[in-house]
Design a protein around this ligand. Sequence first.
Ligand code: OGA
Ligand code: NI
Length: 305
Amino acid sequence: MAELLSNWFEDERILENYVFPPEKRPGELVVPIGKANVPIVDLHDEENNTIHHIMKVSQDFGLFQMRFILSYLLLLEQVVNHEISAELMTGVMKGRLQYINISICPSNTIEFFRATVGPFVIALRDLGSRILGLISKGLGLESKYFAKELSEDCTLTINHYPPCPNPSLSLGINKHTDPSLITILLTGEVPGLQALMDGQWMGVETLPNALLVIIGNQLEVVSNGKLKSGIHRVVTNAKEARSSAAFFINPTKSCIVEPAKALVEAQNSEPLYKAFQYKDFFKAYTDASSGDIVAVLEAFKIKNS
Ligand code: OGA
Ligand code: NI
């Protein structure tokens, strides 16, 4: 199934400062949309199967099917059966709209955060540590490898993309990878998220009440390049506003991030990345925010001279 971005037009007026430079625009691209591209991992499956599935997707995907995925996007997983109730998610998604309307009334905002955002964040932290526990086992690391400084700093951001009169000239979010360890993304029903797969932008369709897990730059480093951070972006549409909630699980600012020694030894190889403090990586990432974010990780590679 494919859809032409221009089908999403209503009229062609767009504020000038929202127009992207020609090389960054989505243009008149045919955007394939398909569930098949986003593997589904069921956390209620038997543990070894789940680990195997996560690791298999991470390795086989690019290797056998789509070469570029091996280089850019190894794990973009839809996790179902994740025990975050549908009501809670709907509450957060609706809350965004509510939040806009009530921003002049802080007492409601506080109530919304107390009743909905708080439990949501607790559930996401828990889900995140379960996923990271599975990934650590899959990488042959101790199960609590990610449990402390590597995953202690979490941020929830709510994104809101209003309708855009001409989606071919603009983007909701430019092409990027996330600076996190992993990102858990909740998207609503309006499409817009795209992942770069095999050199092609693919529309990511999420199952109702599913969450996406995106591998971030820090997991690529810790896994010594075994897992790749997913390259993604957001396109807009002319008809409907879109909201998403992104939960970034990050190392603490002073945490030293480096390829896991046990993994490098087991691979009988050399570390591909230098050890760095997360705050230095984060600064390089934010400094590059208007340029090539995807290239930031390159600067932390050990160069073979
Ligand atoms: C992000 C992101 C995607 C979305 O916030 O880093 O990629 O669907 N969001 O909003
Ligand atoms: Ni992102």
